[in-house]
Write a protein that binds this ligand. Structure first.
Ligand code: ASP
Length: 724
């Protein structure tokens, strides 16, 4: 078996060498490669050999004006493109803030928005911009908290506590900065990141929905693409340069570095790289995890989102005002739903689970072949298999409880109020993160914003009813008593739920405000039906939380060992999965073959916009844009190879959710586009990446500049960006 593996390995290496030398002969360029590289690992990459023309130390070197400081986390990613704190990100990233600023009378979401002067820039509600300042390995200190014979739950708790301590110390030592410890390899490595967080962010330019979201969900996760998915915002600080909440007195933030824009864009075959904050990938997890995702979690979530989207679309027919309450929620769920369906299709297409199982069978054989390995690693895969199996069995019950809290806004409010009362009695470092002093303000603001922008009573009631029905249909052993009591068999479920919503004030923000500082005893005196339900269900959530802790403790231990043995087995050094921290990925502008005999070219053009236009959403191109396209006055932003304006481009980088808004940077370090999506085949990136089909999608900077100049008449912004 081992011999066969070695042979296979040799063959694979030989094949890759032939492929690489073939490519080199053909293009003179090295192919792209997997990897969302933490900046600490950049020395391992010879980026100049791959095509970079600038000094790599200018990407990341704390002593220099590195590009690192031009990249911000704004929900997903954005980047500074002017000395006055102008940020470019995606339309879909700023979406929630645009909705929050919109009313039926001033419908910025539908019609777009342009501030002609700085005084006209409006607050992007709920938005902050985070800049990575530094990072440092704190693994030894985190892991030193684990003591022999601790239970798994205590082990997780000890790590949580230690991390909170490290964070508190770091924030004390660096006043005004925000600290966070990120788990790089679970159970193995932990990094402390320091951030500057800017809290006054404003909208500067938003294209009309029919440009920023052109193609909507029909085109989402697809190529060819023609979406102008970009938005401009600006970061402000107090006059002394320190981060501050919104104030009229604030002044534009002056970033240490900003990206220069290259109005010439890129050509097919060019080297590009992205900096950004990819959310989560799961490449080092076992086949049992894939089975859980494929057979249990993803299909259930996709179906549940579809159910909610249908409901919200129906509700939205009532009026534009009601529709605005749902737009952001629908968009988020539709994005995830289609992504999951893409992943499920990809898993099937590649027969990925079987592949993974095969790899693991070989790995297990390798482990068993040596007594030392058997002792250390023999139980790793079976242990994980058991955990994911159990999670699958418990899923229907956990699903109801989790989604009750996630999707029913008034129940969510009640839980938050109750938990705040309980948690805030504890010493700060022992509280759940949301209720620690450093986060509590944000927790309250988030609740208020959610209530103001996303809450619509009939929708809340309908979701609650559906979840209650599902709870009542659970097998006997999984029944959730407090919910069963709500609607005893034979009782009228509709009436019970309607009464519950009639007897709560959890939609009243003044009432909620009056509860924030109450003690648990006082909260239990409050006569509110939803709060009472939250109290009844609280022990259930506690049980899940504790269960998750125990599971995490065990998983951390097993996963850490799995990473070690897989690295040994494959003779490879892994890089950590994406975890929301700053990463670099590189690749080329290149097309791909999604299916037999079909080749996707890497640029789309404005011609495609005209071809797709139907006049109906989501292909209802603004008449002004159609007129500009037909006039063909493309001027300086033309792509000489295509003789027209390019709209979107494809490139072989390794990206995931959170990379939305990442700057696409050319070999000289200049901005040539903004990343916003992946192609259908690349939705599976979260599990596995392939040079053959993993393609990211971005909006071409030439389209952005052309829209700003010719459609929006925002010459002042072009000037600010340095385009004269
Ligand atoms: N469109 C994606 C997102 O919503 C970006 C990606 O996942 O590649 O985050």
């Amino acid at each position: 078996m081992i011999k066969r593996m070695i042979k296979t390995c040799h063959r694979a290496i030989l094949f890759s060498l032939v492929l690489i030398s073939g490519l080199l002969l053909f293009t003179g360029k090295l192919p792209a490669d997997e990897g969302m590289w933490p900046l600490s690992e950049l020395q391992r990459l010879n980026l100049q050999e791959k095509g970079l023309r600038m000094d790599p130390s200018l990407i990341y070197d704390p002593s220099k004006q590195s590009l690192l400081y031009a990249v911000v986390e704004v929900g997903a990613t954005g980047s500074f493109i002017s000395p006055d704190g102008l940020i470019i990100t995606n339309h879909h990233v700023a979406f929630g803030s645009v909705v929050a600023a919109s009313t039926p009378e001033k419908d910025y979401l539908k019609n777009g928005f342009l501030a002609r002067t700085r005084a006209e820039e409006i607050p992007a509600a709920g938005r902050t911009a985070r800049i990575t300042e530094s990072f440092q390995d704190v693994s030894a200190r985190v892991l030193s908290a684990i003591k022999k014979n601790m239970s798994y739950a205590d082990r997780t708790r000890a790590i949580e506590q230690q991390i909170k301590k490290i964070v508190a110390e770091a924030e004390k030592a660096n006043p005004g900065k925000r600290a966070e410890v990120a788990e790089m390899f679970p159970g193995k490595t932990y990094w402390l990141f320091l951030y500057t967080v800017l809290r006054d962010i404003r909208l500067v330019y938003v294209p009309p929905l029919a440009i920023g979201n052109f193609g909507g969900e029909d085109d989402n996760w697809m190529w060819p693409r023609h979406t102008g998915d970009f938005t401009l915002m600006r970061a402000y600080v107090a006059p002394d340069g320190k981060p501050a909440e919104y104030s009229e007195k604030n002044v534009p933030y002056q970033p240490r570095t900003y990206l220069k824009v290259n109005p010439g864009g890129v050509r097919e075959g060019d080297f590009v790289f992205l900096l950004g904050y990819p959310g989560r990938t799961y490449r080092h997890l076992p086949a049992s995890y894939i089975a859980y995702e494929q057979n249990v979690r993803m299909p259930a979530v996709a179906d549940w989102y579809e159910w909610q989207i249908n409901l919200m679309e129906e509700m939205s027919k009532a009026s534009r005002e009601v529709a605005l309450k749902h737009d952001s929620r629908i968009k988020g769920m539709a994005n995830t739903m289609k992504n999951y369906r893409g992943k499920l299709a990809g898993l099937r297409r590649l027969n990925y689970l079987a592949q993974k199982r095969q790899e693991e069978a070989a790995l297990q054989e390798f482990i068993q072949a040596d007594p030392g390995r058997r002792a250390t690693y023999g139980q790793v895969l079976p242990g994980l298999e058991k955990i994911y199996g159990d999670m699958g069995l418990e899923y229907p019950r956990v699903f109801v409880l989790e989604n009750l809290r996630r999707s029913v806004i008034l129940f969510q409010n009640a839980m938050t109020v109750l938990e705040a009362a309980i948690e805030r009695q504890k010493p700060d470092l022992e509280r759940n993160a949301a209720y620690m002093d450093r986060n509590f303000n944000q927790t309250r603001q988030r609740l208020a914003l959610g209530l103001r922008t996303n809450f619509y009573l009939p929708t809340d009631i309908a979701i609650f009813k559906e979840l209650l029905k599902r709870a009542l249909a659970l097998p006997e052993a999984q029944k959730i008593e407090a919910l069963s009591r709500l609607a005893p068999s034979g009782g009228n479920l509709d009436e019970a739920v309607n009464n519950l919503f009639k007897s709560t004030r959890m939609a009243n923000s003044d009432f909620i405000r009056s509860l924030w500082d109450k003690k648990p005893e006082e909260i239990s005196q409050v006569d509110d039906a939803m709060l009472r339900l939250a109290r009844d269900l609280y022990p259930e959530y506690k049980k899940i939380e504790e269960n998750n802790r125990a599971r995490k403790g065990q998983m951390d231990e097993l996963q850490a060992r799995l990473v070690d043995i897989r690295q040994e087995f494959l003779g490879k050094q892994f890089i950590p999965d994406a975890n929301g921290t700053l990463r670099l990925t590189y690749g080329r502008v290149e097309g791909y073959e999604p299916r037999d005999a079909v080749y996707y070219r890497p640029f789309t053009t404005v011609r495609g916009i005209v071809e797709k236009t139907t006049g109906q959403e989501p292909f209802n191109t603004p008449p002004d844009l159609l007129r500009l396209i037909s006039q063909k006055n493309f001027g300086r932003f033309i792509n000489p190879d295509l003789d027209t304006i390019p709209v979107c481009l494809l490139y072989s980088t390794d990206t995931t959710g959170g990379n939305s808004g990442s700057p696409i940077i050319d070999a000289d370090g200049r901005l040539v586009g903004v990343n916003f999506d992946r192609a259908w085949e690349a939705t599976i990136n979260d599990f596995t990446w392939s040079q053959r089909f993993s393609r990211s999608i971005g909006v071409d900077i030439r389209y952005v500049l052309w829209i700003l100049q010719d459609l929006a008449g925002a010459g002042h912004l072009l000037e600010e960006i340095g385009i004269k």
